[in-house]
Design a binder for this molecule. Structure first.
Ligand SMILES: [Zn+2]
Length: 134
């Protein structure tokens, strides 16, 4: 699944959720969904070094993050080996983190750690800054 597809899915859920909030007379939530680290071999991704501090903080945040209902099985498309050979990294959980200041809800898969350490994936600057000030 790609970042855009994940964002779209969450946007649909938010719309439904807001509709029920409105019906009950509650204020609606309007966080922007930003999916980070859903990589797909059909798209290129940003590469670069991230600091150790960033990784440590991200792991802490991961352990504190709100777990989403499993959105299915992720398999790394960048590892050598093929589907079903057991040679690729897999994960099946993802979490959300809320940036209250900027009204952003980040969604990221456990696989992000594998992408960063094994495939040099570099998340976008806003996400890195959010993690570093959390
Ligand atoms: Zn991999």
């Amino acid at each position: 699944m790609k970042n855009k597809e994940v964002e779209q899915e969450h946007l649909e859920m938010q719309k439904k959720f807001n509709k029920s909030l409105l019906e009950k007379g509650h204020p609606i939530e309007d966080f922007k969904f930003v999916a980070v680290g859903y990589l797909d071999s059909s798209e290129s991704f940003e590469k670069g070094e991230v600091s150790n501090n960033f990784l440590i903080k991200l792991r802490v945040l991961w352990s504190e993050g709100i777990i989403l209902g499993s959105a299915g099985h992720h398999e790394c498309e960048f590892c050598e080996g093929g589907y079903g050979t057991g040679e690729r990294a897999t994960s099946s959980s993802e979490k959300t983190l809320t940036d209250q200041e900027n009204k952003i809800e980040y969604i990221f898969p456990e696989m992000i750690f594998h992408y960063i350490t094994e495939h040099k994936f570099k998340p976008n600057k806003a996400f890195i800054e959010f993690v570093m000030r959390s």
